[in-house]
Design a protein around this ligand. Structure first.
Ligand code: SF4
Length: 162
């Protein structure tokens, strides 16, 4: 799926993030980025397809063309300054999984409805459930590339046809 239909679904993903942000679940993240060090905390976020495409678009918008896995096993979007480089587009798991120092992860029951919406969007986008962050976003970037290449081919055809 590409074009306006996909963009509409990606906006729904962003709406889910916005709704989550106003939920009264208190956490105290101090930005130590422990949750972004997958090898240290033993957890890698899994993303639905909508989340992956939103993250891929943000990564692409920042001028990056590929995802490089850091040798220390941390998230490829964690900057040298210790900050998330796609913060506004970070996946749902990054918004709900807090380390113990910050108050611990959200209970599934607190966000079940939002998870179900992400799963529904995943289904509509042709996804197949959660995929680990690096793979999900890499596939998402390939999909964005494929559609932009196709768009370019169509534009060239259109120009030749004139
Ligand atoms: S996407 Fe951002 S918040 Fe999530 S693990 Fe990576 S650096 Fe951390």
């Amino acid at each position: 799926m590409a074009g306006p239909a996909r963009d509409e679904l990606l906006n729904e993903v962003r709406e889910v993030y916005a709704e989550l942000a106003v939920r009264p679940v208190e956490r105290n993240c101090t930005g130590i980025a422990q949750c972004c060090s997958f090898r240290v905390n033993g957890r890698t976020p899994f993303l639905t397809k909508g989340e992956a495409l939103v993250a891929a678009k943000a990564w692409r918008a920042s001028g990056r063309k590929e995802i490089v896995l850091p040798p220390d096993g941390s998230c490829p979007f964690l900057g040298r300054n210790g900050r998330c480089q796609i913060y506004e587009a970070r996946p749902f798991g990054c918004r709900t999984h807090f380390c113990e120092a910050a108050g611990g992860p959200y209970a599934r029951g607190e966000v079940r409805d939002l998870i179900q919406r992400l799963e529904s969007i995943d289904h509509q986008l042709g996804g197949s459930g959660g995929v680990n962050l690096a793979t999900a976003v890499t596939v998402g970037m390939s999909e964005l590339d494929a559609h932009s290449d196709r768009g370019e081919v169509n534009r060239k055809r259109h120009r030749r046809g004139r």
